[in-house]
Each structure stands twice: as structure tokens, then as C-alpha cells.
Design a protein around this ligand. Sequence first.
Ligand SMILES: Cc1ncc(COP(=O)(O)O)c(C=O)c1O
Length: 401
Amino acid sequence: MKYDFDRVYDRSKSDSAKWCEVKNIFGREDVIPMWVADMDFPTAAPIVEALEQRAAHPFYGYTWPCDSLTEAVVERVKRKYDWKIEPEWVVYTPGTIPALNVAVRALSHPGDEVILQEPVYYPFFGVVKGSGCQIASSRLKLARGRYTMDFGDLEAKFKSPEGRMPDHSRIRALILCNPHNPIGRVWDKDELTKLGEIVIGSGAIVISDEIHCELLYKGYRHTPFAALSEEFAKNSIVCMAPSKTFNLPGLEASSIIIPDKKLRDRFNDIKSGVVPGLNVFGLTAMEAAYRHGDEWLGQLLDYLQGSLETAMKWFSERIPEIRVIKPQGTYLLWLDCRRLGMDDRMLQKFMREEARVGLDDGFMFGEGGSGFQRMNIACPRSILREALGRIEGAVKRAVRK
Ligand SMILES: Cc1ncc(COP(=O)(O)O)c(C=O)c1O
């Protein structure tokens, strides 16, 4: 089946956070919303069919993920990443942020520290603080348009001058974002191995948020952190979900892979009674996506590749004042607007009121985010072109007067 990603739909009357909250968030109705990570494309037909079939069976009682769902998760992870996981390692949560909250609470005591690699997806800050922990920031390094991890800083955080983990260290975990939102890096095996050697070698746990792992541009491959070694598997929690890949975040269904039994039991203890399991439509959609969604996904990835190329060309040829950090994965563009010479408030006002595009402000992503904006390009290309044209016009008026 051929999907039409160019078709424009009106989502403004469908309880869409992205489209219905425009006035509240951006202060005016005429901005194009390109903020929250949600796509303006309908999901795959087999997922819709599975949901329709399930809705037609009018029993919406308590649900329990059946074996065939877990088989679908296990098979997908093996097929996509050659990672063999056991069915009992999989725990389900209604979304990834709840899983991160449970994970941090399971691993820490109030006052402990959790490392975040900023700039990073801003709800991570709430996860750490809401769990009563402190954020230990290890800022990513940006050089020649490419971000890398600061291994020197990470080592310094864990090791005393004698090379040991200081006895008083309160660092319990690092939340990894792979692919990394907002900068779009798909961390490679060497980087992940080095990270794991530092963090796990020092006795802390890696909580790896891999929600964007199926949204990769040509030439990139995802490595699940825990697939790298048995030691890493025993000391990590990997969060996956079909929500970003298949545009299902409103169904709230994530699969959390926790190979170590003690860690899994602890996670389930904290989760129990507070975080519910999957709802009937979430689990139906997850299984249909993993079993029958790949034809749609292949076409989506081709479309996103074309949109990325359109946007990259447009910025470099027509809006050179804004530099795009070329993403390796995700449909999010991290725009370096520092050459516009505006402070964060001016830049926010400029994007909303002059360009009339609704982007996420870089400063929300923490250290290193000031002067940047995040733009979601998962929309029909006519809307993308309209947004790029608006930014171009506003930059011309403001900078080239
Ligand atoms: C890195 C990352 N983690 C988690 C989420 C949200 O996950 P959920 O809606 O499943 O809680 C997002 C959404 O954009 C994200 O980018």
C-alpha cells in the first residue's frame, strides 16, 4: 500500500496537544505548531484496523498483556538489533516518562545524584527532581557542528584522583538519551561502550531512553545500550516504545527491558499500584505496529529523509544565519540561532511573532540550549515549506534590513 504523507489533515478539532494548545502556548493562533514530538501523519493502516477490530469487541475490562504481545517485542528487538532478550525481561508502562520516574525512584534515595547530558529532553529534569534527586549535569560538547559526549567530565564525576569511585559519591544513575533529543545524535558502539565502562564500571546504572530508536536517517544503526555486554545488560534499564515511531503517543504504551531480576523486581515494586499497565488500545496498537507496521515505517523514513534534505538545503542556501545541527535520527531539528544575535526572550518572540512558527525554545533543554530552537519537521512538506519561508522572511526583515 502506498501512503500519502503529503496530505494535510485538520487536527485542530481532535484534542491534539500540538494543534489545540497553540493559542495557550504561543499566545496567538496563526503560528504553525512544530513543537511537541508528534507527527502530522496518520498512523499505519494495519494499526487502525487492529484498533477498530478491538473497539468492535465491546468488552473493555481489565487487561493483561498476553504472550503474543511480548513475543512481538522480543522478535522485533532481535530482528532490528540482533539483541536476544528474554520475555520475562519486558515490563510495560503507560509511556516512557512514567518508566523513567519509576526507574530513578527504584535506584535512588532522596538527595542522590543522577547525571543528565545537557542539552536534553526537558522532562528529564522533572524526573530527577521529582524523585527527590539532584541533577549532575555533564554537558555535551559541540565542535564543528557535531555533538559528542564529554568523557573527561564523566570520568571526573565518578573517579577520585586515585582513580577510584569516591566513597561519598551519591551518583546512582545516568539517563542516556539514544538517539539524543534534541541534538539528533545516534550514539555509536564505541561511544556507548566508553560511557558504559565509566558509569557501570563505577557502580552506577544506565537508564537508556531509546524511544526514538527506529527513526534513523540513511546510514545510521541503533545499538541498544544493554546489548553491548552482559555486564551492561545487568546494570541497565532500556526504554523502548512504538509511540514515536508509529505516531501513537496518545495511546501511551512503552516496553521497558530490564534484564537483571533484582533490578526488575525493584522497578516493579515501585511501579505497583502507582503506575498502571497498558490500556486495551495501547497494547493492541503496540502489537499491530510491531507485527505489521514496517511497510508504513519504510515509507515514513523515506519521506522524513526527503524533508530533512529540503530543510537542510533551505537553511544553508536561504537562511545561512541559522545553522542546523544535522540529525542522524529523530524528526527534530536543532537550530543554532546564535548568529541572529538575540537573547532567548527576543528569539522566542521573534519565532512566535515575526516568523509565526511554534518551536521549542532551546533554553528549556538546559545547559547549552541557549540561543537554539527545536523544530519538528514531521509534517506534510507543504507545511514545512511554508514554515521555512516564514522563518526566511522574518530573518530577512530582521537581520538584513
Ligand atoms: C527522549 C524522549 N523520551 C520520552 C518522551 C515521552 O515519552 P512518553 O510520551 O512515552 O512518556 C519523549 C517525547 O518526545 C522523548 O523525546
